[in-house]
Design a protein around this ligand. Structure first.
Ligand code: FMN
Length: 134
């Protein structure tokens, strides 16, 4: 069974660019190994992440992410079972926002929109984050 978790959080002020780069690097390595798809965005001290994968793997990872002292104020936006990956078909694996394929994956993700407020929140949040630097 597959599931997705989506949240935003605040980076801790002690994080350097190098800390963030190394977090991104390790995330890509680990997630590709565990067939976790999705996206991790960092903009203006805010993290935004989508995780998709096998339920037990995603739940275990999310537990350790929640304990990670590099961020706080985690606000969960989605935590639900899914039929298939949104980010699977782009041959990329775990993505950062600088890649165009990630944006297509994101579009697909939003296409599952069930009309709930959470999707509106996610859409607005990502729009906001992207407008800041792109
Ligand atoms: C915002 C944020 C997102 C993270 N996302 C992931 C992730 O997607 N995959 C991953 O392996 N680690 C991620 N981490 C790192 C994990 O919290 C943790 O350090 C890593 O899984 C190693 O855990 P362990 O030391 O318990 O083995 C993230 C950390 C932060 C602060």
């Amino acid at each position: 069974m597959l599931k997705t978790i989506c949240y935003k959080s605040k980076s801790n002020s002690g994080n350097t660019i190098i800390d963030i780069e190394s977090l991104f690097y390790n995330t890509r390595q680990n997630n590709n190994k565990q067939e976790i798809k999705g996206i991790l965005i960092y903009r203006d001290t805010t993290f935004f992440q989508i995780l998709e994968g096998e339920c037990t793997i995603v739940n275990t990872l999310y537990q350790s992410i929640k304990r990670d002292s590099r961020h706080g104020n985690i606000k969960e936006l989605l935590n639900t079972e899914i039929d298939k990956y949104s980010f699977a078909d782009f041959g990329l694996g775990y993505a950062t926002i600088s890649s165009l394929d990630a944006l297509y994956g994101f579009q697909e993700y939003l296409n599952k929109n069930d009309g709930s407020d959470n999707f509106k929140i996610i859409e607005n949040l990502v729009q906001d984050l992207l407008n800041k630097e792109l």
